[in-house]
Ligand binder design. Structure first.
Ligand code: C2E
Ligand code: CA
Ligand code: CA
Ligand code: CA
Length: 279
């Protein structure tokens, strides 16, 4: 482990000399990682709750460091967001994910979707939608199969501009999912204003099934509300049979979690898809 999180997440003027130097070095390393093609994308299947088929994937970025091994996004995305590196990294993920989607749809004849996480910082890029549009054209995927997972965030420069960007993405034909709902800054007002099709229930609520009656009550109310406004519901972080049963009974549409599959590199996903086809 890389001396804990702080070394990467703090990048501001209040750092002492040593820390600032380490951070600068990290930024240089991350920059080099992009150029050396060390930024990879893993994919975690989303499972249809009633048929148990794979309906699609979430793309999750990884830094494949030659010495340190696989570095998780929690350790370098915050740093990328504080520098301008989130722009090339974000684009690279969309590009790789779209290429995979095209390949898998062709190879396995299953109508798959691909979800990509969008950082709130990426919304500041005025050309974001034209870049997405270019990737859609280049890969030949159908925009309706490309989904973007978004969070409400204090990092929005302006909520109004963020909402405008979301509309532009939807106008391309892509879909939006509200990520991490029920934590941090997501509010009912946000839910109402975002043109999203799907709501993702955050893992903390799934973890507390059978443990916290209060969290169960919030979970139940969230699912009920999301259904009433016509959203699909994805539960993430599903790890146990008990959680799966509970969420199925409440009417969740899709599952994501270690109970079904961990995020895996492209090659391993292809092995799984091949097995599914042979059944
Ligand atoms: P997230 O979007 O909420 O992604 C879900 C996280 O939960 C992933 O962590 C995934 O590996 C993990 N997870 C999935 N199933 C289970 C489970 O059953 N149990 C547990 N304990 N965890 C599970 P990961 O891959 O480390 O990503 C962490 C966060 O980093 C993501 O949270 C997302 O906010 C961010 N991130 C990942 N990839 C990207 C990216 O390409 N762009 C941006 N901007 N952010 C990304
Ligand atoms: Ca996500
Ligand atoms: Ca999430
Ligand atoms: Ca999260």
């Amino acid at each position: 482990k890389l001396n804990g999180k702080n070394r990467f997440t703090i990048y501001n003027n209040t750092l002492d000399g040593d820390q600032a130097k380490q951070s600068e070095e990290m930024v240089r390393n991350l920059q080099a990682a992009i150029e050396l093609d060390q930024i990879e994308v893993y994919y975690q299947p989303k499972i249809n709750a009633s048929t148990e088929d794979i309906m699609g994937f979430e793309a999750l970025v990884r830094w494949e460091h030659p010495e340190l091994g696989i570095i998780s996004p929690g350790l370098f995305i915050p740093l990328a967001e504080q520098t301008d590196l989130i722009y090339p990294i974000g684009l690279l993920v969309i590009e790789k994910a779209a290429e995979c989607l095209k390949k898998w749809q062709k190879q396995y004849k299953i109508p798959l979707t691909m979800s990509v996480n969008l950082s709130p910082i990426q919304l500041n890029d005025k050309d974001l939608t034209s870049k997405i549009s270019h990737i859609i054209d280049k890969t030949g995927i159908h925009p309706k199969h490309l989904d973007f997972e978004i969070t409400e965030s204090e990092k929005f420069k302006s909520v109004k501009d963020a909402l405008l960007m979301f509309k532009k993405i939807v106008n391309l034909g892509c879909t939006l999912s509200i990520d991490d709902f029920g934590t941090g800054h997501s509010t009912l007002d946000y839910l109402r204003k975002i043109p999203a099709k799907t709501l993702k229930i955050d893992q903390v609520f799934v973890k507390n099934i059978g443990l916290s009656p209060d969290d169960e009550a919030i979970l139940d109310a969230t699912i009920d509300m999301a259904k009433r406004v016509g959203h699909f519901i994805v539960a993430e972080g599903v790890e146990t049979e008990e959680q799966r049963q509970y969420l199925t009974n409440k009417g969740c549409d899709y599952f994501q979690g270690y109970l079904f599959c961990r995020p895996l590199p492209k090659k391993e996903i292809e092995r799984i898809l091949l097995q599914r086809e042979e059944i």
